[in-house]
Design a binder for this molecule. Sequence first.
Ligand code: ATP
Length: 448
Amino acid sequence: MADTALMDKLVSLCKRRGFVFQSSEIYGGLGSVWDYGPLGVALKRNVKDRWWSSMVHARDDIEGLDAAILMHPRVWEASGHVAGFTDPLVDCRQCKNRFRADDPRIKGTPGQPDAQCPVCGTRGSLTEPRMFNLMFKTFMGPVEDSASVVYLRPETAQGIYVNYLNVLQSSRQKIPFGIAQIGKAFRNEITPGNFIFRTREFEQMEMQFFVQPGTDGDWFDRWREWRMEWHRSLGLDPAKLQWHQHAGSELAHYAKAAFDIQYQFPFGWQEIEGIHNRGDFDLGRHQEFSGKKLEYFDQAENRRYLPYIVETSAGADRVTLTLLVDAYREEQVEGETRVVLGLHPGVAPIKAGVFPLVKKDGMPELATTLYHELRRELACFYDDSGAIGRRYRRMDEAGTPFGITVDGETLAARTVTIRHRDSMQQERVGLDRVEGYIKDKLGATPGS
Ligand code: ATP
């Protein structure tokens, strides 16, 4: 399948089945902002839950946090975002479009007479590159003046840094320890696109791990390993995951080391998570700008220091897209195209479809009872309309790993048919074992 064709098909499936809709669609949409429908919100929530559980529930050295989106404007001066979170842009004086200066569609050098606008084709109409800040600005309070400017946060990390002492003291943690947060971030991206890959409003899952200077290299290596393992645990094709090391000018001036986890999307290898050894840059800057001491007193060592930070930063939307892209496949079955989302059962929005084979002989009643029992613990979907093959196909497209059919034998032998999405094989399972059977499979790898 051609790469653009795959993305087009995925976008269309996401709309048709209620994963993702364009924001404000009835008004023509809003550029690179997306809404999650019933299946999409469940998928993304499963991603976030798995992240939270691996960070906060499974470990006793990481605490959770939910900081506000709006923060004191000085935070963004300290972080370097006011001065440095910029992209060079050029404007076309003719058609008024704006482009990144390095947009590959631009022919010639912007600002020079030979440069050609990629949209209207005019020569010499492109301005010299100017720096453009990617933060969204708004105003706080009743007066819209420069003193009341606040920003929508472009990353969640700063909320963690400015609360590091609060969390340390209130949780009675000791270094090394971490703070994890999931929340919205906003960037006025100039070249957004590729569906929910790069959007202007998105969610981040960030964890900042505070360590003693000198131990940061070891912690960085450990976190790299753990984070790759987490992505593999989502059932992603391991051959489509790779490391990309930041080197030379790509490495931020304050970072000691940085690696991205990349996935091979139809539009190329792209970052889904960054793991950074940030040294003491962040706490050092906040200490300087706020005038508050942010040092840690290490009792075991009997000395004070500013902790170093190892950061893991992933996008919830990007991981969701990765799962969708990785899971999408088309197969020919009995002369028909079967569209399947082969999602890992642990992240699938619906775990099981429950179907009465026919609408008579007590089957709908039994199936409804089973459905109500199962849905107390598992996300399920009841469907009694159309041929059973059609109902299976609808669940295949939604990524539902199991189909449970109540048939004639159920009434006689108290067993149901469980049909597996990936292999399409069916087996009979006792009615009283159905819930346990499905729960067992949720942690297993797909296909097993
Ligand atoms: P990119 O190079 O793709 O712009 P970045 O290096 O600016 O990303 P970070 O600032 O390290 O990204 O953000 C951490 C994570 O947040 C990224 O790995 C990505 O998953 C997610 N993310 C960043 N920007 C966006 C965006 N505009 N839309 C969706 N997710 C994003």
